[in-house]
Ligand binder design. Structure first.
Ligand code: VGL
Ligand code: ZN
Length: 190
């Protein structure tokens, strides 16, 4: 069942996942239409700033030769290498100065697809008395899915807004939405 778009208020956090050049047009692991989410995400950032709601932004932040890269036997082309141009946030993304940046995927030997995996994110959210999350970003069928499932396991009311996300594959996106729904994630269709 489609859900209404939530309005950000005290007790919420906006979580922006991996809106980085390598996942956008011309990037090493390009997600179709990823650039189209940027205005949506910027609108939510403005809403968060006005409401005094914290903004967290994760970035995939791999060392060269990371275990998830094909050259190392992993599934993905090399992407989001620490300090490279491809690892930069999308140039149109307007993160506030106070945004809290979370690096993920920095451990060389394993992948860390969820922004909650060994990053301390859940504790940081609890320290700020956050109870409800609005998650957007890339990619719907990888980082967004795994992060939203972890957020539920950590006890947060978790919303994913589809207009602020895109999948690597359409089928993966449908499957991710089904899994998130089953786990109790509130899927906002618009
Ligand atoms: C991601 C593939 C590889 C993601 C990260 O953040 O969705 N996808 N690394
Ligand atoms: Zn990665």
């Amino acid at each position: 069942m489609p859900s209404e778009a939530m309005r950000l208020k005290a007790g919420d956090a906006l979580i922006v996942l991996d809106v980085q050049r390598d996942f956008c047009a011309g990037g090493a692991l390009e997600v179709v239409d990823a650039d189209k989410i940027v205005p949506v995400v910027n609108g939510l950032i403005e809403e968060a700033v006005v409401a005094g709601v914290p903004v967290f932004a994760s970035r995939d932040w791999h060392p060269p030769g990371h275990a998830s890269f094909r050259e190392s036997g992993g599934p993905w082309p090399a992407h989001c290498v620490q300090g490279s141009a491809g690892a930069e946030f999308h140039s149109d993304l307007r993160l506030p100065e106070r945004a809290i940046i979370i690096a993920k995927g920095a451990a060389p030997e394993r992948d860390q697809l969820s922004a909650f995996n060994a990053t301390g994110l859940a504790d940081r959210l609890r320290d700020l008395n956050v109870r409800r999350l609005l998650i957007v970003g890339l990619a719907l069928d990888v980082c967004v899915r795994d992060s939203a499932l972890d957020a539920i396991a950590e006890g947060f009311e978790t919303h994913v807004r589809l207009s602020g996300s895109r999948p690597i594959t359409a089928e993966g996106g449908r499957d991710a939405v089904e899994k998130m729904c089953k786990a109790g994630v509130i899927i906002e269709e618009r």
